[in-house]
Design a protein around this ligand. Structure first.
Ligand code: HEC
Length: 142
């Protein structure tokens, strides 16, 4: 049995075991992998800044260095979206987790590079980033 199978189905996949739809909130078991709220947030920030900020930017506005280079070259399909867009502010936590796990079109998959509990920590951190600013505030890109 794989390590991911031993965890709850929701923790491994971001989907409810019965409903098979994305879980709204980070599963309790995923949060419990960390000693405190501060610890999951600190880990999420650390991992986000390493793995995600190069495209999504430190503030999450999608203007990271790689995205800006892609935009300058006219490669719009490689430009990361802003997490402060209305749609992404409202997708369930499980969907953010699944995007990190599986990737999406030009967005890479991280199932093999980022452990399950760190993926959930990143989801928590993205929610904090979204709460930290109004949708239109975008000047904090890296
Ligand atoms: C190499 C650049 C790159 C990196 C690194 C990257 N992304 Fe993305 N991301 C993208 C692009 C490009 C898209 C748009 C994909 C599309 O819709 O075609 C995207 C889309 C997304 C979306 C929106 C999915 C949706 O529902 O539309 C989320 C959420 C996301 N990324 C999260 C992350 C997280 C979290 C990380 C770090 C673990 C990360 N990304 C790392 C480029 C990147």
């Amino acid at each position: 049995m794989s390590r991911e199978m031993e965890r709850g189905y929701d923790v491994a996949t971001g989907l409810g075991a019965m409903s098979k739809t994305y879980v709204d909130k980070v599963p309790r078991q995923a949060i419990a992998a960390f000693p405190s709220r501060e610890a999951i947030m600190a880990r999420g920030k650390d991992r986000y800044e390493i793995f995600c900020a190069p495209c999504h930017s430190l503030s999450g506005d999608g203007k990271g260095m790689i995205s800006r280079r892609a935009a300058a070259l006219g490669a719009t399909g490689l430009v990361a979206p802003s997490f402060h867009d209305d749609r992404l502010r409202h997708v369930p936590d499980g969907q953010l987790y699944a995007t990190i796990t599986n990737g999406l079109r030009n967005m890479p998959a991280y199932a093999h590079n980022i452990p399950v509990q760190d993926r959930w920590a990143i989801v928590q951190y993205i929610r904090a980033l979204q709460l930290s600013q109004l949708p239109e505030k975008t000047e904090q890109s890296q």
